[in-house]
Design a protein around this ligand. Structure first.
Ligand code: DX5
Ligand code: ZN
Length: 215
């Protein structure tokens, strides 16, 4: 069964706590927390204080997606504020092994992500060390964009890589996922689905979560 990680970026920021409660009660496995620094991506979102505050009222898995430059400087902060999984971008730093080690030494699950233009073969070097691989199916920075089909080939490549070298690794896809393309991404090998607008933007959020989980 797939895991669903709705992206908080598409939620009503006036009531984040109850938005999380709603998707948790409906059966979501995680909440996806998109952190943007305005440098790695041309947009900003929220950071440590917001995540720390949200952590007080929920036990849902915090799936933190760091779209920030030089992530190693902030791994301790994003660990301490309550993240369970911390995913950073391959393109955001030089020494990826050091970032992975830092996340794991903090007792958190480590994820590595690639942008749509990055060759998935770069992940071969890290597949044995990480807990999660995140394939971006839009250019990171904004919610509500259109799914890029190039992600399907990357998912297939990563599924076979993971099955070969480290079968426990989660394979997550993020960007433009709807009920119309969920079958294609899961058939390509994804087992964790991020969905922002198509969950929090739905008329009935509870029904949307259930439809994704039961598609
Ligand atoms: C994009 C973010 C995504 C995005 C997903 O930079 O990483 O998580 O918010 O939103 P939708 O599902 O609306 O594309
Ligand atoms: Zn994301």
């Amino acid at each position: 069964m797939i895991k669903l990680s709705p992206s908080l970026l598409a939620a009503d920021f006036n009531c984040l706590g109850s938005e999380i409660q709603k998707i948790y009660d409906a059966g979501s496995d995680m909440i996806h927390l998109d952190v943007m620094d305005g440098i790695f991506v041309p947009n900003t979102s929220f950071g440590v204080p917001v995540i720390k505050s949200l952590r007080k009222n929920t036990s849902i898995v915090f799936d933190t997606h760091l779209m920030i430059t030089d992530p190693i400087r902030y791994i301790d902060s994003f660990s301490d504020c309550g993240s369970d999984i911390i995913t950073f971008h391959y393109e955001s730093c030089f020494d990826k092994h050091a970032v992975i080690n830092k996340i794991k030494n903090n007792g958190k699950k480590a994820g590595i992500s690639i942008k749509p233009g990055t060759d998935p073969r770069v992940l071969e070097e890290y597949a044995k060390e990480v807990d999660l691989v995140l394939i971006m199916s839009v250019e990171p920075g904004f919610g509500g964009q259109k799914f890029m089909p190039i992600a399907l080939e990357k998912l297939k490549f990563c599924r076979s890589l993971i099955d070969r070298v480290n079968p426990g690794v989660m394979l997550e896809v993020d960007g433009g996922i709807t009920l119309d393309n969920i079958q294609a991404v899961t058939e390509a090998g994804a087992d964790v689905i991020v969905a922002g607008s198509s969950v929090f933007g739905a008329k009935n959020v509870t029904e949307a979560v259930k439809s994704f989980k039961e598609y």
